[in-house]
Design a protein around this ligand. Structure first.
Ligand code: P6P
Length: 328
């Protein structure tokens, strides 16, 4: 393999620094928070790569019978321990826990942030060695208090200061936006550094992939069923090369569609009235990323970024992909 021209290599670290310089008055507090998330993800990936061994060692140690993968609990602990002590974190919310994470008494930074995170997305395929992800979303505190208030946790997703995910696939990639485009960083495990491998990602304006759980089609509303038929029914020449691709791991499905051009859809279950994906933990961060990459995310009726949350665990329907495919 050709030697890496290290003099030209850009890293997560250098990119954070470059973006910080776009804000001359920045104190670097936000940069430190993003760096910390990157560090936490490196610890998570070390555990994800050993998840089956970890679970098996627990079983072999006789501590408890073999159980479904516990990697989400390990990742949750790692993310919390990395963030609870940050002086800039005034509010921390994990998709694995009800309510907000209890924060210790700690010094407070001048700039305060709220962090939502899904420690492991896709855990239903963890035991099949499927690609998992971590999703994160960062908001500025608006209440002005050092300890976050109710209104800090219920901001519309267009208020996000940063959004991103880490994909634990054949390689580990961190995809991040702070409002200045979408950039992908591939982890070089030999040096433990995220290397800028995908600068300014823009979603192709085509639908190479259509991602949805088609077994649930009978429970979708009619417009969703019609849209799925349009994309896969063979009647529209624009979609003649469209393939169905769905592995049941949102980050992995989203990332493939972001790079190749594709639509992901998870409509409301009309039989139960339920939606599966959470606005603040999943749909909001991916919506910021897709719009920074030239695409769009809606519920099928309204722009995801505009939704005013009423509760932290709120779920919404999601359709996300190239703008011209998603425009209501
Ligand atoms: P279904 C994983 O459990 C998850 O939250 C997302 O990662 C994924 O896109 C979705 O659920 C899969 O749901 O109902 O198709 O199994």
């Amino acid at each position: 393999m050709a030697a890496v021209p290290w003099s030209k290599v850009r890293t997560l670290e250098s990119t954070i620094g470059k973006e910080q310089r776009l804000h001359p008055h920045s104190r670097g507090i936000f940069s430190d928070l993003v760096r910390r998330i990157g560090l936490a993800s490196k610890v998570v990936v070390a555990n994800v790569k050993r998840a089956a061994l970890l679970d098996r060692s627990i079983a072999m140690a006789g501590e408890r019978p073999a159980v479904p993968s516990q990697i989400h609990l390990v990742a949750n602990d790692v993310m919390k321990s990395a963030l609870v002590w940050m002086p800039s974190v005034a509010g921390l919310v994990s998709s694995e826990e009800n309510g907000v994470v209890r924060l210790p008494e700690k010094p407070r930074a001048a700039d305060q942030y709220i962090v939502f995170f899904t420690p492991i997305d896709g855990r239903s395929i963890a035991e099949a060695n499927g690609s998992l992800g971590t999703i994160f979303s960062v908001y500025r505190c608006i209440s002005g208090y050092s300890t976050a208030r109710h209104e800090d946790f219920l901001q519309p997703p267009y208020k996000q200061a940063a959004a991103g995910y880490v994909l634990y696939g054949s390689s580990t990639m961190l995809v991040l936006t702070t409002g200045h485009g979408v950039h992908g960083f591939t982890l070089d495990p030999e040096i433990g550094e995220y290397i800028l491998s995908h600068e300014n990602i823009l979603i192709p304006d085509k639908v190479r992939c259509f991602s949805a759980n088609r077994a649930k089609t009978p429970y979708w509303d009619e417009p969703s069923q019609r849209f799925a038929t349009l994309l896969t029914g063979g009647a529209e020449p624009r979609y003649e090369k469209t393939s169905s691709r769905y592995i049941g791991s949102l980050v992995a499905d989203f990332h493939r569609n972001l790079l190749y051009g594709g639509v992901f859809m998870y409509p409301t279950n009309q039989a139960t009235g339920e939606d599966k994906l959470r606005l603040l933990f999943e749909c909001g961060p991916l919506a910021m990323i897709i719009e920074q990459a030239g695409g769009l995310a809606t519920t099928g009726r309204e722009r995801i970024l505009d939704i005013r949350p009423t509760e932290m665990q709120q779920t919404v329907p999601l359709v996300i992909g190239p703008r011209r495919e998603i425009e209501p």
